[in-house]
Structure formats: structure tokens, C-alpha cells
Design a protein around this ligand. Structure first.
Ligand SMILES: *Cc1c(COP(=O)(O)O)cnc(C)c1O
Length: 368
């Protein structure tokens, strides 16, 4: 019997069909990497020193990252059990989905949204139900509420939404929660909340006391600039977080990551100054793009959404040739992170010609 005649190992067909996680393209030294919504600033000196002080790599870390949980509990005035730290908020998403949804169950979210959601749902054995974004690229919460059925176990709300940059307002969210059954887990993914400047945007932590089915996810990867260390946290009811803890791979949060997170909270003022710089750069870019004739949603994260539709691949290629490594989602649009000042300047130099080259009537072009 030849090797190829032997039956291959039986793997789950839905897993074989999953695309492997696609990271933003690596950038050459001369390129700007604007494909993963990373923070362009170097880590603050205090954060580097805190990591350097955690060199006992021969020891396992504290399994619950208690010092960081205590720090976050104090920050949000909640009990320490209402905080759960994970190796990135994607790990926490995976845990929460595993805890609530399995085969036959549905997980509901807006689409297009964060590209990690579909595969996390599939890995849990559950089924994704996607509600299309509104024409203005925001979540359609009334349609999402209408899509909730007997099999729904989790609803994910992403604000600001990756990749469209749109927010859910506090009023929209409260109206949504008022009609969602209280036995259905709602995850509010706030990975970009620190960049929000819109006053009526929802913020999760003050709502935790009101909703026993709400979990808020935050991360140190974006505004805090710790993407490479993998650390994020969930805030929510103890029973739900305990279920997430039960599905977690133990000891995934390393001591250097926890120390860096605490040091970042110590340096919050400096970090949030940097966040304001990025938000101002974003707003200026959005204004300039709008003046050039682009019709794009007002961004509230650290990225822009160019709804280039059928032209997505060609526009992304043109940007790439100019040294801007962006994230195309063919055939919907392009997400461009707000990175270095020079990168934004390059984008704005090119974007005037790019919008003029879009066919008349293209949705990414302003009318008139
Ligand atoms: C980046 C991102 C996350 C967080 O990722 P981690 O690095 O795993 O903390 C979560 N949700 C959304 C929508 C994101 O864009």
C-alpha cells in the first residue's frame, strides 16, 4: 500500500475549511505597516523597565494575574472577581464563546466586523449568524435584536467596529439591551474605546451594574501599545467570568505581560496623550479625505475604512507600491491604521487621485 492510499487522519471538516489566521503583511524596513491597527509609538521607558524586572522565566506566572486584576478592579470600582485577564482579548472572546455556545447554538454579530469572530465561533462548534452593517457601516442593532432566536447564545457588539470605525451610541445600546433576553450573553468588544471622541458613544463599564448578561472586553494591544505581549481583560458578572476561566488554557498570561500592563496603567497619562495624538491625526485625515471627495464613515478607532468595493484590490496594491501596507477585505474595502505622521501624509498625497479614479456613482465617492 503506498502512502497516498492510506486513509488520512480524520479532522473536523469545518476546521479544515477554516482559513488559517492571516496576519497583516510584513512590511519592509522602508514601508509603513498600517495593516494591524498597532500603536506606532515605542513602549514607554517605565513599561520596558517593568518587563525587564520580570526575568524569572523558569517559574510559571501567577495563574490569575491577581495584581493586575486588583488594579483593574480598583480602576473600575468593581470586585476583583469581576475582572478576568487573558492573553489578549481574542483569547477572552474564545473563552466566552466556548463557555456559552456549542454545536447547534448560534453566535450573532454584525458583519463586516472583526475578522476573528467567524473562526472562533466555528472552533467552538457553534454557528455564526451575521447581520449586515447599515449602509452607513454601523451596526444595525434593531435587526440584530430581530435575529435573536431560540438557538442564540451569544451576541457580539463591537464599538468602535473593526474595520468600519463606527460606534454604537449609548442610546442605541440601551434600547438593544432592553429587548435582549437576560439569559443571553452580550459581549461588548471595546478594543478601541480609548480612541473614541464622540460624546454619545457607548462605554461598557458603567453599564455592568445594570445588565447581568453583559461582559465588556478591553485590550492593552491597541491604545496601550502592548500588542506583542498579548494581554487583555474582561469585566462582567462573576458567574460568566468563572465559566470563561474554566475554558481558559491555564497560565497563558505571562508575568512580563502582566507587569507591562500594570506599568502602562501607571503611565496612563502619557499613554493617553499619545492616544489623543493619534485621534487628532485620524480626525485630520478624515477631514482631508472627505474634502478630496471620499465618502467614508467617521472613524472612532485608530484606523480608517475606505469602502472601495470592487476596486479594493487595485487601490490596496497602489497604496502598497507607495510603501503603505494596508488591510484589504476584498471586495468590500480597505482598513488603514493611523500610524506615523509620514504614513498619513503619504496616504493623503495618493488618495486624491485614487478617489478621482473610482467610477462615477461609486459608494466610496461623495455625490456632487
Ligand atoms: C485588535 C482587536 C482585539 C484585541 O486583540 P488582542 O490583541 O487579542 O487583545 C479585539 N477585538 C477587536 C475588534 C480588535 O480589533
Amino acid at each position: 500500500m503506498s502512502l497516498s492510499d492510506r486513509p488520512s487522519v480524520r479532522l473536523r471538516p469545518e476546521i479544515i475549511a477554516l482559513p488559517a489566521y492571516k496576519q497583516g503583511k510584513p512590511a519592509d524596513a522602508s514601508d509603513f505597516k498600517l495593516s494591524s491597527n498597532e500603536n506606532p509609538f515605542d513602549p514607554l521607558p517605565g513599561v520596558v523597565a517593568a518587563v525587564a524586572a520580570e526575568m524569572a522565566f523558569n517559574r510559571y506566572p501567577d495563574a490569575s494575574a491577581l495584581a493586575l486584576c486588583e488594579r483593574l478592579a480598583a480602576k473600575y470600582s468593581i470586585d476583583v472577581d469581576q475582572v478576568h485577564v487573558g492573553s489578549g482579548s481574542v483569547a477572552l472572546l474564545a473563552q466566552l464563546i466556548l463557555a456559552a455556545a456549542g454545536p447547534g447554538d448560534e453566535v450573532l454579530y454584525s458583519w463586516r466586523s472583526f475578522e476573528a469572530y467567524p473562526s472562533l465561533v466555528t472552533v467552538a462548534g457553534a454557528t455564526s449568524v451575521r447581520v449586515p452593517n447599515r449602509a452607513d457601516h454601523g451596526h444595525d442593532l434593531p435587526e440584530m435584536a430581530a435575529a435573536i432566536g431560540e438557538a442564540t447564545r451569544v451576541v457580539i457588539v463591537c464599538s468602535p467596529n473593526n474595520p468600519s470605525g463606527t460606534i454604537v451610541t449609548k442610546d442605541e445600546f440601551e434600547a438593544f439591551m432592553a429587548v435582549v433576553p437576560t439569559d443571553l450573553l452580550v459581549i461588548l468588544d471595546e478594543a478601541y474605546i480609548e480612541f473614541v471622541t464622540e460624546a454619545d458613544a457607548v462605554t461598557g463599564p458603567p453599564l455592568l451594574a445594570r445588565y447581568p448578561n453583559l461582559v465588556v472586553l478591553r485590550t492593552f494591544s491597541k491604545a496601550y501599545g502592548l500588542a506583542g505581549l498579548r494581554i487583555g481583560y474582561a469585566l462582567g458578572p462573576v458567574d460568566i467570568l468563572n465559566a470563561a476561566r474554566a475554558t481558559a488554557i491555564p497560565l497563558s498570561v505571562t508575568a512580563p505581560a502582566a507587569a507591562a500592563a500594570i506599568a502602562s496603567l501607571d503611565a496612563e497619562k502619557e499613554l493617553l496623550d499619545r492616544v489623543r495624538t493619534i485621534a487628532a491625526r485620524r480626525d485630520a485625515a478624515w477631514t482631508a479625505l472627505t474634502q478630496q471627495g471620499w465618502n467614508i464613515p467617521q472613524p472612532q478607532g485608530n484606523f480608517l475604512w475606505l469602502p472601495t468595493g470592487a476596486e479594493t484590490a487595485s487601490v490596496a496594491e497602489a497604496l502598497g507600491e507607495a510603501g503603505l501596507i494596508v488591510r484589504p477585505f476584498v471586495p468590500e474595502g480597505i482598513r488603514v491604521s493611523i500610524g506615523e505622521e509620514q504614513a498619513v501624509a503619504t496616504l493623503l498625497l495618493m488618495s486624491a487621485d485614487l478617489v478621482d479614479a473610482l467610477p462615477a456613482g461609486h459608494p466610496a465617492r461623495k455625490i456632487g
